[in-house]
Design a protein around this ligand. Sequence first.
Ligand SMILES: Cc1cc2nc3c(=O)[nH]c(=O)nc-3n(C[C@H](O)[C@H](O)[C@H](O)COP(=O)(O)O)c2cc1C
Length: 209
Amino acid sequence: MRRPWVIGVSGASGTPYPAAVLNALLDAGEAVDLVVSRAARLTILDETGRPFRDAHWKDDLGAWLGRDLVDADVTYWPAGDLAAGPSSGSYPVKGMVVVPASTAACAGIAIGLSKDLLQRAAEVNLKERRPVVVVPRETPVTRSHLEHLIALHDAGAVVLPASPGFYGAGASATAAQLVDFVAGKILDALGVPHTLFRRWSGELNAERS
Ligand SMILES: Cc1cc2nc3c(=O)[nH]c(=O)nc-3n(C[C@H](O)[C@H](O)[C@H](O)COP(=O)(O)O)c2cc1C
């Protein structure tokens, strides 16, 4: 039976993060169900210069990810489709990642608002006790943002801020390496093998050279 990961892209800055996660999951042969919020269309347009359209999702996703999707196992569900597969707990999925997670998405999921398919699918995966990874991207944060993250943590989500470490690639790390660090931590949380970053070996970079 097909059991995809649901990837929810909400309207926070950081569109390279979902691109790296989607590419890594597809490279690992995982199936993906994709949901892109209305606001995420603005961040995708702003940060990539490309539109993301329901009617042309495969072309737009392929251009965004820089890959041919012919052999990729990707299903796309419009965010307004509240009857879509991932809106139900009986639809078989492995779990869900919300990347990046806007403060609005964090709040909506934390209080069970289900204002769109992204929020509903996240709530469904929490109630089904499946892995849910939420990747907030906002700084600084208010008390209310923090309270929503605590509520998500208490409901079983892994709260994984888009907060790259520099110890793998060093202080001259490229933006792509920093993005891959966060994407790799997300795949670690899902238990999907990857080679997105060099793991800590117990040796400082200076000792290695
Ligand atoms: C270009 C752009 C960048 C944004 N960046 C962020 C951000 O980094 N973090 C955040 O929480 N919201 C950000 N927002 C605001 C969200 O898009 C807004 O709160 C929206 O309602 C989120 O809706 P969604 O959770 O349904 O995607 C940004 C909006 C725009 C247009």
